[in-house]
Each structure stands twice: as structure tokens, then as C-alpha cells.
Design a protein around this ligand. Structure first.
Ligand code: PMP
Length: 353
């Protein structure tokens, strides 16, 4: 068994891959592949309905919210959010590369107030005690910083609409989703393959759209069209629906949170104990999804990599911009994979005498 710690696209439950591969050959006993049928067929519409219904069920959201699937990745959301909602001024928290990219796009549309940034220490912590201007059209933050391995699990209080990029930690812990006005996530971490972006939007936000715009950038078009204004990424949404079903059967977000917390504890306890490795971020801000670490002696990386290979541990290289190692422990990764990694870290330490 290969232990897949990839940061994204990332591990999916085996049973989801099995069902997805079957649908590529024969979708719903129709004799046709899911890849060769119309997105407007009733069986495909049912997939989109089910995916949206499961998103709302898992996050305990009512019908004040719409769930849509669009294309262009979370990166297109960086622009779509200000395009739709930045009238005069928006507030952003800068906690990493992805947050910075969101800021960069917002600047095209109006005043962009960065309320706090952790760039001074290479994004190794989450700024605390920042103040959000009450006249901002919205406040935007990134809940999990995939590249650096920091996470903000506590929902900030704001007096303004709250918007979050949850690409790398959606559905991984319980939080009050009804505090948000818009949440977006590229599905390729905790939900499915690359190709679809999920957007959860409070319907009342749609009344705030003022700017004239290209049709494809308008949230209202996609909500009214129920994700079918144009040809949607059917396969990516189908796999996402299967993963949501898997999570629901697992016991929902509450149950997966318990396992994610246990995985994080197992890993970070070993990181703190082991003399050969050290973490790179503030302990209180450590992410449960992406754990970054480096070796006390970087010259020994090749030796450690060899042990990882022997143990069939894959995807542990740090992001190209930060180096070192990154263990991504998304929802579908079992505790036994983290145990396997911990054992390799322990045997590496022993080998050093
Ligand atoms: N936000 C976060 C938190 C991410 O991790 C990523 C991609 N890894 C992105 C945004 C960009 O997503 P995409 O590649 O889907 O545009």
C-alpha cells in the first residue's frame, strides 16, 4: 500500500476511485460512460443536486445558501470575488502565497486593505488581533495555508460579509458555516480531482452585485443556471459527489475531525520528540492538513528520502518555494499512513546512533 501525502491533487478514498472508474465505463447501468453523455440528462442533473445537497447537509447549511460548481480553479475566485463584491473597499488577511494572489486580484477593482500579514516571517504564523474596517464590502481570508502549513480554524468575528478560501481544509473540521457569506474551494484536495471549484454563497449576497461584467464571472448566472449555464466539469463534480457520500457515511465532518485531530497529534508529537526534525511554523498555528518540517541536518535529506521510499511513502517533498518536507494529511488519509511516517522518522533517528 502506498501512503499518499501529496499536497494536491491529493488522496481520495479507494472506494471513490473504484466507483469513479466504473462510471467511466458504464454510468448508472446506462451502457454509456459518464464522459460521453449530456450534462443535461436527468441522471447527471441528479448528481449535481446530490452534491449540493450533501455539501449543505455536511456543513449544516439551510436554503439561504446556494452551492455551485464552476471552473477556473480557486485562482479564478480570487478575481470573481472582488469583481462581484468589491464596490469601494475590501479587507484581506495575508497569510501566504494564495492569500497574496487574492489580494493582487482585488487591487484591480478598488481599495484593498491588508489588515495584517505574516510575510515578515515567511508566513510561519497567523497574525492575531487584527482589526477589520467596518466600511469594507467584505473580509477575505485563507483558512489553511497549503504551502506553509498554517491554519486558522477559529472563524474571525467581522461586522462585514465574510469570505473564505477553504481550498485545502474544507470538510476537515467542524465550524459554523452559517457565519460565512461565501466560501470557495478548488475540489482537488478534500473532495475530488482537479477541474471543479465549489462555491457556497449566501443567496442574499447576489443582491449586492453591482458591477457590469462578463457573463461567466457573474455568480448570479451560475446560481440561476444551477451550475449548468455552460458545460460544467461533470466528472470532477461526480467524483466530488462520491467523496461527499463517503464522508457522510463516515459519520460526517464531526467524525472526520476526530480522525484528523488524531492524525495531527500523532505526527506533531513525534516531530516535537524526534531530535532529527523540526517544524517551521508557530506551534499554535499548525495546520492539521499540511505539516511542514525540515531536518536538523539538511545534508541527510537523501538518506531520509530513501527510507521514505522503502516504506512506500509518497508526496512528502515540500513546496518548491519553501523546500524541506510537507506531510499533507487530507480527509482520505488514514491514521495508519501517519503511523507509517512516524515509524520512518523514528528509524531514521535510531540510524543516527
Ligand atoms: N488556495 C489555496 C489555499 C490553495 O491551496 C490553492 C492550490 N493549491 C489555490 C488557492 C489555487 O487553486 P487552483 O490551483 O485551483 O487555482
Amino acid at each position: 500500500m502506498i501512503h499518499n501525502f501529496s499536497a494536491g491533487p491529493a488522496i481520495l478514498p479507494k472506494e471513490v476511485l473504484q466507483k469513479a472508474s466504473e462510471a467511466c465505463i458504464d454510468f448508472n447501468n446506462s451502457g454509456l460512460s459518464l464522459l460521453e453523455v449530456s450534462h443535461r440528462g436527468k441522471n447527471v442533473i441528479a448528481v449535481f443536486d446530490k452534491a449540493s445537497t450533501l455539501v449543505k447537509k455536511l456543513l449544516k447549511l439551510n436554503d439561504d445558501y446556494a452551492v455551485i460548481f464552476v471552473q477556473g480553479g480557486a485562482s479564478t475566485q480570487f478575481a470573481m470575488v472582488p469583481h462581484n463584491f468589491l464596490g469601494k473597499k475590501a479587507a484581506y488577511l495575508n497569510t501566504g502565497v494564495w492569500a497574496s494572489r487574492a489580494v493582487k486580484e482585488a487591487k484591480h477593482y478598488g481599495e484593498t486593505s491588508v489588515v495584517a500579514s505574516s510575510e515578515d516571517k515567511n508566513f510561519s504564523y497567523i497574525p492575531k488581533g487584527f482589526v477589520i474596517p467596518t466600511d469594507a464590502d467584505y473580509f477575505h481570508y485563507t483558512s489553511n495555508n497549503t504551502i506553509y502549513g498554517t491554519q486558522l480554524r477559529e472563524v474571525p468575528s467581522t461586522g462585514v460579509p465574510l469570505i473564505c478560501d477553504m481550498s485545502s481544509d474544507i470538510f476537515s473540521y467542524e465550524f459554523d458555516a452559517s457565519k460565512f457569506d461565501l466560501i470557495y474551494a478548488g475540489v482537488q484536495k478534500n473532495m475530488g480531482p482537479a477541474g471543479a471549484t465549489m462555491v457556497i454563497i449566501k443567496k442574499s449576497m447576489l443582491e449586492r452585485i453591482q458591477r457590469q461584467m462578463p457573463t461567466m464571472l457573474n455568480y448570479k448566472i451560475h446560481v440561476d443556471g444551477e451550475s449548468m449555464y455552460n458545460t460544467p466539469p461533470v466528472f470532477a463534480v461526480y467524483v466530488s459527489m462520491l467523496t461527499l457520500e463517503w464522508l457522510d457515511n463516515f459519520g460526517g465532518v464531526e467524525a472526520i475531525e476526530k480522525r484528523n485531530a488524531a492524525k495531527a497529534k500523532l505526527f506533531y508529537d513525534e516531530l516535537d520528540r524526534n531530535s532529527q526534525f523540526k517544524g517551521t511554523v508557530e506551534v499554535v498555528d499548525r495546520s492539521w492538513m499540511n505539516a511542514n518540517f525540515i531536518m536538523e541536518d539538511p545534508a541527510k535529506e537523501a538518506q531520509f528520502n530513501e527510507l521514505l521510499k522503502q516504506a512506500q511513502i509518497s508526496g512528502l517533498a515540500g513546496h518548491r518555494s519553501v523546500g524541506g518536507f510537507r506531510a499533507s494529511m487530507y480527509n482520505a488519509l488514514g491514521l495508519e499512513s501517519v503511523q507509517a511516517l512516524v515509524e520512518v522518522m523514528q528509524s531514521f533517528e535510531k540510524s543516527q546512533g
